[in-house]
Ligand binder design. Structure first.
Ligand code: F6P
Length: 370
């Protein structure tokens, strides 16, 4: 009997998702003679039994297409919005998995998806996951699908901001995504020569940042680029408005990290704007803000992500053929490694303070706000 494989994409979309669906599907169908079906919109489609047959014609021509042909959502099996209520729909998901007589369910997603997939594994489903997120914050894998493309997009954007900052003698604060990890801000900031890089892992002192900017000014470089991760936070007690009620602005919403833990995707306003305001006050230089947002998740995947997607996808098909499940297909060096899903779920990979990228940034004179 041909093995039957279910696929779903969950969480934030990223470039490379369709490339990995293609990698899994073509290897499984054409090389290993398996049957493959997709569920639409993440775990919600599995609960509602909304499917898409993934045959060769459907998988053809999607290697370079952004987003996911299956659609995605952030809905969780055990906390599914249904008819205005939030219900545990795990049992219906298990029933649909059995109804389709699946040998394995492959879930492509970020940290939240790894946890949700692990819950389904504990309910007896055969699960394999692949690491997908532009944040690069999934543990036990060298990297994740989408990160290379987002890094390229953010780097090219920051490159472009240099010329306008230089022309107008301005401070440009550019905010990257990354949730609570600083990989995107650090990588793109280093690659584009940002003068300041602020990441969640190193709480910053805005006075230290302004001193770095003023030091550049004294050398005749009357502009600076500040790359700030959306999850970056100020060091406690460094608020420049402390004690001076007159100067206190209406407190902006701030980033997700500073507001506690609203649902992923909550609108984050104010973090970069507030930082720019503070820097304009402290340095006397005009400051402007660019929030890269969803540009970092858009469009065709980079060559690196296409290679990663095909590597992980075909390895996933090979693991299925060997009857391996209960694992994440991790990127390791030039190859892949099946890592127990229980070891991955709930583990966020943040930037170690002694990471080589941080050492390099300091050695080229970048301020990290500390
Ligand atoms: O996890 C990927 C990501 O793009 C984060 O970097 C960002 O904070 C979040 O998703 C945005 O969530 P949503 O797409 O639900 O608005």
């Amino acid at each position: 009997m041909a093995k039957r494989v279910g696929l779903l994409t969950a969480g934030g979309d990223s470039p490379g998702l369709n490339a990995v669906l293609r990698g899994i599907g073509k290897a499984a169908i054409e090389h290993f003679g398996m049957e493959v079906m997709g569920f639409r919109d993440g775990f919600r489609g599995l609960m509602e039994d909304r499917t898409l047959e993934l045959d060769e014609p459907t998988l053809s021509g999607i290697l370079t297409v952004g987003g996911t042909i299956l659609g995605t959502s952030r809905d969780k099996p055990h906390r599914m919005p249904v008819g205005g209520r939030v219900l545990d729909m795990t049992d219906l998901i298990v029933k649909n998995y059995q109804k389709h007589d699946l040998d394995v369910l492959v879930c492509l997603g970020g940290g939240g998806t790894q946890k949700n997939a692990h819950r389904l594994m504990r309910k007896g489903l055969n699960i394999i996951t692949l690491p997908k997120t532009i944040d690069n914050d999934i543990g036990l894998t060298d990297t994740s699908l989408g990160f290379d493309t987002a890094l390229t997009i953010a780097t090219e954007a920051i490159d472009r901001l240099h010329s306008t900052a230089h022309s107008h003698h301005r401070v440009i604060v550019v905010e990257t995504m990354g949730h609570k990890a600083g990989w995107l801000a650090l990588g793109a900031g280093l690659a584009s020569g940002a003068d300041v890089i602020l990441i969640p892992e190193i709480p910053y002192d805005v006075r230290k940042v302004s001193q770095a900017i003023l030091a550049r000014s004294r050398l005749g470089k009357r502009f600076s680029i500040v790359a700030v991760a959306e999850g970056a936070v100020p060091k406690p007690g460094t608020d420049i408005y402390a004690g001076d009620k007159k100067k206190r602005q209406a407190k902006p919403a701030g980033s997700r990290a500073r507001r506690g833990e609203p649902e992923m995707g909550a609108i984050q306003v104010g973090h970069a704007m507030r930082l720019a305001q503070e820097l304009e006050i402290l340095t006397g230089l005009e400051s402007r803000v660019t929030i890269l947002g969803y540009l970092q998740r858009g469009g065709t995947p980079s060559a690196g992500d296409r290679l990663l997607a095909t590597r992980l996808g075909t390895a996933c098909a090979a693991f299925i053929r060997e009857g391996i499940h209960g694992v994440m297909v991790a990127a390791r060096g030039e190859g892949t490694r099946p890592v127990p899903l229980g070891d991955v779920a709930g583990k966020r990979k943040t930037v170690p303070r002694n990471h080589p990228w941080i050492q390099s940034a300091r050695l080229v004179g970048t301020s990290l706000g500390d």
